[in-house]
Each structure stands twice: as C-alpha cells, then as structure tokens.
Design a binder for this molecule. Structure first.
Ligand code: 5FX
Length: 448
C-alpha cells in the first residue's frame, strides 16, 4: 500500500497552490496555477479586477473552480497517486465571499465525473464576480453597521473588529442593498475558504470560527452569529451562512466525484478550511507568547493571545488551533514599499548600504523618531512622513543614516505598541518569527 500523505490547498489572491506532505511532514509534491498566466481567458491582473471606481475589487468565482480542475489534471499527468491521500485541508484569502444560487447544493452533490467541475458549476453562482479583501467600496455599510451596534468600539468588542470595508458582512450588505433580487436568489454564502472546502465535500462546507471572525458578524466570545449584526446587514442571513464550526473540524469524506475522476480513496477526509492568516499561525506552529511578522509588500503581524482586548485598530480572530484562545492580526500597508523607497533615497538603492547605516547608528537613534506612511496606512489611519528630534520637535529632515534607523525603529515600535493595545504582553520567552522577503535582511531583523 502507498505511504499515506496529506494535501494542503491555498486559494490565494494571485494563484492556487497545493502541497502534499508525508507523515514526517516532508513536502513530497508541490504545484500551482497562476491565475493571470495560466487562465488568461479571465483577463485578471494579479488575480483580480479593479473596477473603474478604483474601490471595487472582485475575482471571477469560476476562475477559482477552473484553477482547481487544472491543478488536479496537472497532478494526474505527473503521476501523483491520489489514493494515498488520507485527508486534506486548506486556506483561502480572507474576507472574500461566494454566492451560491438556489438549487446549487444538488448540482454540487451530483456533479458528473465525466466533466471538469467548472462545467457542472457554471450556473451555480448568483454573483459571478466575488468581492475580495482588496475591496474598499463599502464605507456607507460600515458606518451603518457601527451605528446599529452602538458605535465602533462596541462592534469591536462583539466581533473583534470595528467595521472594515473588506469584512464580509459589509460586502453582503452592499450586495443586498444594490441588488436585492440577486440576494433573494442566493441560498448560501461562503467565504473563499469554505467555498473551496465545499468543492471537495460536494456539499456546503461550514464557515470556521477563525475565518468567520473576519466578517464583522461573529461573536468571537460565544462563537455564534451576532443577531444585531446579521439584522443590520441583510434579512435571512443566518440561514444563508450555516452554523460556524471549530477550524480543525473534520467535515466528512471527499465527494465521490474525486474518487471516480482522480482515484482518491472514498475515505479521504476533508478538514475545515480557514483564512490564510489563521492558517499561517497554525503552519508556523505559533505558541502562546510568540509573535509572527510577515514582511511583505505590506507587513502583517499576528500573535497568539489569551486575553484579548479588541480595539479600534487591528483585529481579534478566534484561534484556529485552540478554540479557547485568540489571535490578533494587524495589517500595515506601508511595509516593504516604504523600506524600498527610503533605501532608494538614502542608500543609493542598495540593501548593503542600508544595513551599514543601521550598524553605524545606535539603538534608540539618539532620540530621533519617525513615522513613514507614503500611502494611507490601515494601522493607524494616517498618511505622510512625520519626524521628531530628541526634544520632541517636529523636523523636516534627518541625516541619511538617522532616517534609515528612524524608519526601521518606527515600524517595529508601532507593531509592538498596537499589539499591546490589543492585550499582547511581551514575555521573557517571547519568540519573534519573521517571514516574507525582508526577513532575509539580518540588520532589519535586529530592529525587531
Ligand atoms: C487580512 O485581513 C487580509 O485582508 C489579507 O491578509 C488577506 O487575507 C490576504 F489574502
């Protein structure tokens, strides 16, 4: 009998990825389908459509289904042995939503193994372009939700976050208010993660607590939908969302479609899918007290937290590994783009020179401090460059090496301060795990 293995899927913004691991957690197979490159017929850029208002951002839901067909065919032709897969789970970009038309559950269940899945499912979606996390077109729905809940802080205390434009409740409210007919035809609303799990399950998969915390709809303490939030967004929403479940729930066996078409064992188990950030927390094996920092285009910081205090900045999500605890998530837009800009202005575009400047200045930067936001920041909502000298006076410029240290120290102090506002306490055993492009720079890591 073939050695058991486990599949992990990642339905992310730009691509669909899959890995297979064996029982020693060794990666034995990896593949991906890049939406722009491999599915050019959908004409996405970076996997998305940015609409003419510059605020609305969507992705075609059938592109995700077709990507799954394509990656499974690639695995098949490379000789991957599907029968050895014991279980699978996965991650999806957070906040995005999928709208299933009335009657789709039957089509999902009875899809013919003679056809690729996207052909069977092509009539299943009442909204063909799914709103995703990059969307910021729901400002009025956000204000209405905060008002209905008695203010931003109260909404944060209930759901873990004040109203955010990308959060799914506000997206659903927009669809309902702009197109009540479409909403009426919708029998189920999935997150990208639970939508992906549904494709494998051949039935609507429940939303998990962690990804469900990114909707402005779930009471993170009780782990049940908040009635006032649901009512503020759209009528009849509870029945369209189904009951949320712990993120590690085993949902059931794989749909017969996959056994017939690809040779999966009918016993292969589908474990609930979750959001990409909660999945990273699980994958990096974070423990209480640890902080993970992903230094990418934007910087994301997430931590395991026991006693969170939801605030007006940042998000508290249910912890995907341990339903009794929480994770804090902070998103900073001015990450690598800002570091690269200062590197270009102050270090002739060279990371070496940038690192040398950090070495030549002392921690604390002799009291000089700066905040650097080229684009409107998420945490905090602020823009512009603000420099202060040791006497706390605003100044218009710093010497180059002072500027470089001010940027790095400012970015990392902000992460700590915002994390502490959410209830995080730095402990002697705190580990900081860094990932993403800029984590290769040792001098930047020393700034941590
Ligand atoms: C988190 O709140 C986000 O919006 C992003 O990190 C998405 O999850 C990216 F997929």
């Amino acid at each position: 009998m073939a050695a058991p293995c486990y599949l992990g899927w990642d339905f992310s913004t730009q691509q669909l990825k899959v890995i297979a691991i064996d029982e020693q957690l060794r990666v034995i197979y990896e593949d991906n389908v890049h939406f722009d490159k491999d599915l050019p017929e959908f004409k996405t850029q970076g996997g998305v459509y940015i609409h003419s208002d510059r605020l609305t951002v969507t992705s075609p839901v059938l592109m995700w289904v077709k990507a799954l067909d394509m990656i499974l065919e690639k695995m098949k032709s490379s000789g991957f042995n599907f029968s050895q897969v014991r279980a699978m789970s996965g991650a999806g970009q957070q906040h995005g939503s999928v709208y299933w038309k009335k009657g789709s559950t039957q089509i999902l269940k009875n899809a013919s193994s003679e056809l690729p899945l996207h052909q069977s499912l092509k009539g299943c979606f009442s909204v063909s372009n799914s709103p995703i996390w990059m969307d910021s077109s729901t400002a009025s729905q956000c204000r209405a939700l905060e008002k209905a809940l008695g203010g931003a802080q109260h909404l944060a205390s209930v759901t873990g976050s004040r109203a955010y434009e990308r959060f799914t409740g506000n997206q659903i409210a927009k669809i309902y208010s702009q197109n009540p007919e479409v909403y009426k035809q919708t029998e189920r609303i999935s997150l990208v993660s639970s939508f992906a799990a549904s494709l494998f399950l051949g039935a609507y998969a429940p939303i998990d607590y962690s990804d469900g915390s990114g909707m402005n709809l779930l009471q993170i303490w009780e782990k049940a939908w908040s009635k006032p939030c649901l009512d503020a967004c759209a009528p009849g929403l509870e029945e369209r969302l189904g009951c949320p479940v712990p993120s590690h729930s085993v949902l059931g066996p794989i749909s017969p479609y996959y056994s017939q078409r690809y040779g999966f064992s009918p016993d292969c188990k589908i474990v609930a899918f979750t959001g990409d950030n909660p999945a990273s927390l699980a994958g990096m094996r974070l423990q209480e007290g640890d902080i993970a920092i992903s230094l990418g285009t934007s910087d994301t910081l997430f931590l395991w937290i026991q006693e969170p205090t939801p605030a007006l900045e940042g998000h508290i999500l249910c912890n995907p590994v341990d339903s009794q605890t929480y994770m804090a998530l902070l998103c900073f837009k001015n990450g690598s783009l800002m570091r690269e800009r200062i590197r270009d202005d102050c270090a002739s575009g060279s990371w070496d020179e940038f690192s040398k400047a950090l070495s030549s200045t002392a921690a604390g930067n002799s009291g000089n401090l700066g905040f650097y936001f080229d684009v409107m920041e998420i945490t905090p909502e602020a823009v512009g460059i603000h420099r202060f000298n040791r006497d706390n006076q605003k100044v218009s410029r710093f010497p180059k090496e002072v500027e470089i240290r001010a940027l790095i120290e400012g970015q990392f102090m902000a992460k700590r301060i915002h994390a502490e506002k959410l209830g995080y306490k730095v402990l002697p055993r705190t580990r900081i795990l860094a990932t993403g492009g800029a984590s290769h720079n040792k001098k930047i890591l020393q700034g941590l």
